[in-house]
Ligand binder design. Structure first.
Ligand code: NAG
Ligand code: NAG
Ligand code: NAG
Ligand code: NAG
Ligand code: NAG
Ligand code: NAG
Ligand code: NAG
Ligand code: NAG
Ligand code: NAG
Ligand code: NAG
Length: 583
């Protein structure tokens, strides 16, 4: 058909010139007898969107596109012929009998055309109030039956109702590619799309390099996007089924103007139109800070924007190249202190972080966490596991293989990841303190075995309901010992950046440690019960001074001259925990 058209260009163009131009009265639909020529537009029912020819910025080229019809700032949300500009204003759009949109230049050559899923009988193209240009059978308003939709072919902008993702049936990708410049809508270097690998996550790429990851969807949110959370402006969903995988937003107030886009500088900003100011408000962006830079801290490192430097190695890992690391080149990342040995390995829990890249992952929707752990243990190259979905107590299983990449502290994220560690990294270090800890644990009454503990590898900010017996093997007291050792060695900063502590607010951590000390007081009568502990961790009241724990001497406590007013937020700089020196 394209060839036929090309053969009779002049004829076609004459035909276009004479017949059925869309007229001045705004319509939102054309059929096969009508054309949209440069200067004509069609307008959606309530005037929100308009389709016609435009020249962006300083460009003299003409493009067929869609923009907001009622706002004074020309804001283009979709471009048809982004790679094939018209160089004059003699282009025209028509819809063929088969239901294909074709953009013709002055000679009648097709410079752009849409596709169709099936042949049409009586096709029409309509611009909907959502901003979606739809090819359909005239009179059939069911979107499901449409032959083609501009919403399935985003340029650089996603409007409410559009999908960012992929069809698993056709393989069609719903992704964004930045404009080359404000004057040139042709494809720039930046794309935002569903990662083509592993468990789905959204990525932003510059050419073939990943710049940013959203982190995987945990059932409630992307594990690395602080902004997308319940809000009064828009509802959002992430759908993953046999047919498709996508992220989509919908406005609460449908009369609002809302869009997000992929910008030339590699960001994904969302904008809301403020009618009063006649301006777009930058509502939020995907890249919020330096820690959002993909893999900034290298393999097995993690980024904490509150620390300086921002990069540190995961607990149990050390810089691969200490010299580079010290010069703030973190790209080589971290390696294990103790290599995995496959048979005697265990796991260390990490929470409050953006989950690592899912490039090398395996998953199951049906496994529970215990099965997941066993599955991971079965394969020596499995390095971590987690639930897929954190709702309803957690379900599903995700396994990581190889290095863990692009972790950052994101304390709001509730997903937990279990990182494989050599057994010896998890066992309590041999030595007197650990031994006395063990002894004091053994002395405790049965009901006291449920302790709120400050386990670096587990979680310092919450009341942990774990039994000493179970946890001893997995590093509960080992980590406590480690915390104390760091304090003892006057390395509170390292303590603060160590694995989980950094995900917490230091004042809360100190409070947890304080509560922990109350829980290991020598006399069981003095120890708070579970409900006391819960209260202590929740409120800000002054805590009682802990009495001597089973494993410290009188002198230690006297040295521990820290204030019991722990509701005061501590900054790392005024880290008075350095005063808290165990022996
Ligand atoms: C196309 O639309 C015009 C204007 O609404 C109408 O007069 C004409 O009958 C339509 N043609 C077809 C084939 O539906
Ligand atoms: C157009 O606007 C009217 C009045 O605001 C509203 O009732 C109607 O639903 C809108 N139509 C569409 C298609 O949005
Ligand atoms: C415009 O493009 C046509 C081909 O589509 C070409 O033949 C023509 O020379 C161009 N005109 C200018 C002014 O560049
Ligand atoms: C896009 O990438 C190419 C090749 O890497 C580079 O030459 C060009 O400057 C980049 N363009 C922009 C706008 O960054
Ligand atoms: C692996 O760990 C087990 C148990 O900790 C130990 O018995 C074994 O010697 C270790 N093997 C190697 C190769 O390190
Ligand atoms: C372990 O997992 C890796 C990555 O999925 C796979 O290539 C390998 O075959 C697995 N090994 C075994 C023993 O299952
Ligand atoms: C604590 O653990 C016990 C035994 O595992 C369990 O019965 C209880 O429900 C748990 N309590 C909380 C608050 O999780
Ligand atoms: C730290 O926690 C305390 C007590 O929960 C709270 O008052 C304070 O605002 C928190 N500080 C930060 C920086 O989150
Ligand atoms: C916990 O101890 C407090 C007093 O310290 C007491 O009032 C409370 O009833 C106890 N709660 C339970 C569940 O034993
Ligand atoms: C605790 O610290 C806060 C903030 O510095 C202060 O306002 C308050 O008076 C202190 N309370 C006690 C009991 O020292």
């Amino acid at each position: 058909m394209e060839r036929a058209m090309a053969c009779v260009p002049i004829l076609v163009f004459c035909f276009l010139s004479l017949q059925n131009r869309v007229t001045a009265t705004a319509i939102d639909i054309i059929n096969t007898t009508q054309f949209i020529r440069d200067g004509d537009t069609i307008v959606s029912a309530n005037g929100t969107y308009e389709l016609g020819f435009l020249s962006p910025g300083k460009s003299k080229n003409r493009y067929l596109g869609i923009w907001y019809g009622k706002i004074p700032v020309q804001t283009v949300v979709w471009v048809a012929n982004r790679e094939a500009p018209l160089n004059d204003s003699l282009g025209a759009l028509k819809i063929t009998n088969k239901g294909i949109l074709t953009l013709l230049d002055r000679s009648g050559s097709v410079i752009w055309s849409s596709s169709t899923s099936r042949p049409a009988r009586n096709p029409a193209a309509q611009l909907l109030e959502s901003g979606n240009l739809v090819v359909k059978e005239e009179g059939d308003n069911n979107l499901e039956n449409s032959l083609w939709q501009s919403f399935e072919h985003p340029t650089d902008t996603i409007l409410p109702g559009m999908k960012l993702g992929r069809s698993r049936v056709t393989g069609m990708e719903w992704s964004m590619t930045s404009w080359k410049s404000p004057d040139d809508p042709s494809k720039g270097n930046i794309t935002c799309k569903l990662a083509p690998y592993g468990y789905p996550e959204i990525i932003v790429m510059d050419g073939s390099e990943v710049m940013y990851r959203s982190g995987l969807w945990d059932g409630l949110r992307f594990s690395g996007v602080p902004n997308i959370k319940p809000n009064p402006i828009y509802k959002y969903e992430f759908v993953y089924n046999e047919k498709e995988i996508f992220y989509r937003e919908r406005l609460v107030d449908k009369s609002m103007y809302w869009r997000f886009m992929t910008s030339q500088d590699g960001d994904v900003p969302s904008f809301a139109w403020i009618e009063k100011k006649k301006k777009w408000l930058l509502y939020e962006t995907a890249n919020t800070d330096n820690c959002d830079r993909y893999a900034l801290c290298g393999a097995n490192g993690f980024c904490n924007i509150q620390s300086s430097p921002v990069c540190a190695c995961l607990n149990g890992f050390v810089p691969k190249s200490q010299a580079d690391w010290d010069l703030t080149d973190w790209s080589n990342g971290c390696v294990r202190k103790t290599p995995l040995n496959c048979s005697g390995d265990g796991f260390r829990k990490l929470a409050g972080v953006k989950m690592p890249e899912t490039k090398s992952t395996w998953f199951s929707n049906t496994m529970n966490l215990r099965e997941c752990k066993n599955k991971c243990l079965e394969n020596c190259s499995c390095t971590a596991y987690s639930n897929l979905d954190i709702r309803n107590g957690g379900s599903g299983c995700l396994l990581w293989f190889g290095d863990l990449i692009d972790i950052r502290v994101f304390s709001e994220n509730e997903q937990e990841i279990y990182i494989r560690m050599a057994g010896s990294e998890l066992a309590p270090p041999a030595g007197q303190i650990a031994n006395s800890l063990q002894r004091s644990a053994n002395q405790m009454h049965k009901e006291d075995l449920e302790l709120p503990m400050f386990d670096l590898g587990t979680m310092a900010c919450a009341t942990n309901n774990f039994s000493v017996e179970n946890k001893l093997g997995e590093g509960g007291f080992g980590s406590v010992y480690k915390a104390w050792r760091l304090l003892k060695e006057k390395r509170p900063l390292e303590l603060a950046t160590e694995s989980l502590l950094i995900t917490c607010n230091l004042s809360e951590v100190l409070r947890s440690i304080h509560v922990g000390l109350l829980c290991v007081q020598e006399n069981p009568e003095d120890r708070p019960n579970m409900s006391d502990v819960d209260l202590m961790l929740r409120d800000d009241n002054t805590l009682p001074q802990p009495k001597q724990p089973g494993f410290f001497t009188e002198r230690d406590l006297n040295e521990a001259s820290y204030s019991s007013n722990l509701s005061k937020p501590y900054s790392v700089n005024e880290c008075s925990i350095s005063e808290l020196i165990p022996r």
